[in-house]
Design a protein around this ligand. Structure first.
Ligand code: UFG
Length: 337
C-alpha cells in the first residue's frame, strides 16, 4: 500500500517514513524542504537499507500534486506539511493560516480527483486550548487556542470533519500529538530546528553539546510536582508507529476518528533535566526565569482510546527519549548541514 507523506522529510515525517516502510508500506515523500532537508531522506534510506521514493514539491501546488498522484497512485495521505512554531505564528499569522490550511485543502481536493479516501492529519494537543482539562480526553471541548498555530490545527480539524460529513467514503484520522521528543535510536535522524530552539528537548541537547550556555526553566511556581511545567513527552518513534496504527484503523472505518498520541504520564521540566543527566551523564546547567506567556502548568493525555481502538500505546521511557535525543545531537552537532 502506497502512502503519500506530505512533509515527509521533516522531524515526524521522516521517522514515520521509516516505521511505515518497516511495516510493509510504501512511503512516497513529498516535501519542499522549507523546514527540512533531503539528507533526512538519505538517512532514512541508510536505516532501512533500501531506497525511498521522494519528490521536491510544495503541497499547495496542485499541479505538482496531480503529477505525483498520476505517477504514484497513492492509497492514503498523511499530512505533516505544516509550519509549527508557536512564536513565529504570532509574528506571521497570515503565513500560518495560508500555508497550514491551503496544504490541507489542496491535498483533499486532489485526493478527491484521484479517489483517494484515507487521510491522516497531524493535529496537536494545542486544540484543547487554555482551559484544557487534565488528562485530556478526545471528547473534551476544544478552542481557546492561544496563538495562530494552534488555531490552524483546530481549523484543519473542523475542515476535515465537514469534509467527512459531505464525502461519504472519506476516512479521516486526526492525531493529536502531545510533546514529540527524542530521535531514532540509530542517531541518524532527529529534530533539526532552525536557529535557537523553542522547544525544551532540542534546547536541552544544545546546552549539553555546549552550543547554548544554559537552559532557562520557564517558571518554578506552577502548582505542579516541583513548580516547573509538566508535559507529556512522547518518543518520536512511538509517535511514528501511531501513524502506522492510524492507517490500519482507516482501512476499516469511514468518517472521522480522533486519537490522542501521548504516554499518559506527565513529566516536569526539572524531571526531564534530571532524566537527561541520569541517562547521558552530561550535566545541564539551568536557571529559573519567569514563566513564558501562554504556557499552561500541566498538559498530558489520556491515551486509552488509541490503545482500545488502534491497539497502539507508547512504550519508550523518558530515559529512552533523552538517550536517543543526545545520540542524535552528539552525532550531528550541526543537524543535517
Ligand atoms: N520550557 C522551558 N525552557 C525552554 C523551553 C521550554 O522551561 O527553553 C518549558 C515550557 O515552559 C513548558 C515545557 O518546557 O513547560 C515544554 O515546552 P515546549 O516549548 O517544548 O512545548 P509546549 O508544550 O509549549 O508546546 C508543544 C508543541 C506545540 C504544541 C503544544 C501543545 O511544541 O507545537 O505542545 O500542547 F502546540
Amino acid at each position: 500500500m502506497k502512502v503519500l507523506l506530505a512533509g515527509g522529510a521533516g522531524y515526524i515525517g521522516s521517522h514515520t517514513a521509516v516505521e511505515l516502510s518497516k511495516a510493509g508500506y510504501d512511503p512516497v515523500i513529498v516535501d519542499n524542504y522549507s523546514n527540512s532537508s533531503p539528507i533526512a531522506i538519505s538517512r532514512c534510506e541508510e536505516i532501512l537499507g533500501k531506497s525511498l521514493t521522494f519528490y521536491e514539491a510544495d503541497v499547495t501546488d496542485k499541479e505538482a500534486l496531480r503529477a505525483i498522484f498520476t505517477k504514484e497512485q497513492p492509497d492514503a495521505v498523511i499530512h505533516f506539511a505544516g509550519f509549527k512554531s508557536v512564536d513565529e505564528s504570532v509574528r506571521m499569522p497570515l503565513l500560518y493560516y495560508r500555508n497550514n490550511i491551503d496544504t490541507t485543502l489542496s491535498l483533499l481536493e486532489v485526493m478527491r480527483e484521484y479517489d483517494v479516501s484515507s487521510f491522516i492529519f497531524s493535529s496537536s494537543a494545542t486544540v484543547y486550548g487554555e482551559n484544557a482539562q487534565i488528562p485530556c480526553v478526545e471528547t473534551d471541548p476544544t478552542g481557546g487556542c492561544t496563538n495562530p498555530y494552534g488555531w490552524t490545527k483546530l481549523m484543519n480539524e473542523e475542515i476535515l470533519k465537514d469534509a467527512a460529513l459531505a464525502i461519504t467514503n472519506l476516512r479521516v484520522v486526526l492525531l493529536r500529538y502531545f510533546n514529540p521528543a527524542g530521535a531514532h535510536e540509530s542517531g541518524l535522524i532527529g529534530e533539526d530546528p532552525k536557529g535557537i530552539p523553542n522547544n525544551l528537548m532540542p534546547y536541552v541537547t544544545q546546552v549539553a553539546s555546549g552550543k547554548l550556555p544554559f537552559l532557562k526553566v520557564f517558571g518554578n511556581d506552577y502548582p505542579t510536582v516541583d513548580g516547573s511545567g509538566v508535559r507529556d513527552f512522547i518518543h518520536v518513534v512511538d509517535l511514528a508507529k501511531g501513524h502506522v496504527a492510524a492507517l490500519e484503523y482507516a482501512k476499516n472505518h469511514t468518517g472521522v476518528e480522533i486519537f490522542n498520541l501521548g504516554t499518559g504520564r506527565g513529566v516536569s521540566v526539572l524531571e526531564l533535566v534530571n532524566a537527561f543527566v541520569d541517562s547521558t551523564g552530561v550535566d545541564i546547567p539551568y536557571e529559573i526565569v519567569d514563566r513564558r506567556p501562554g504556557d499552561l502548568a500541566e498538559v498530558w493525555a489520556n491515551p486509552s482510546k488509541a490503545k482500545e481502538l488502534m491497539n497502539w500505546q507508547a512504550t519508550k521511557t523518558i530515559g529512552d527519549i533523552c538517550a536517543d535525543a543526545w545520540r542524535w545531537q552528539s552525532n550531528n552537532p550541526q543537524g543535517y548541514e
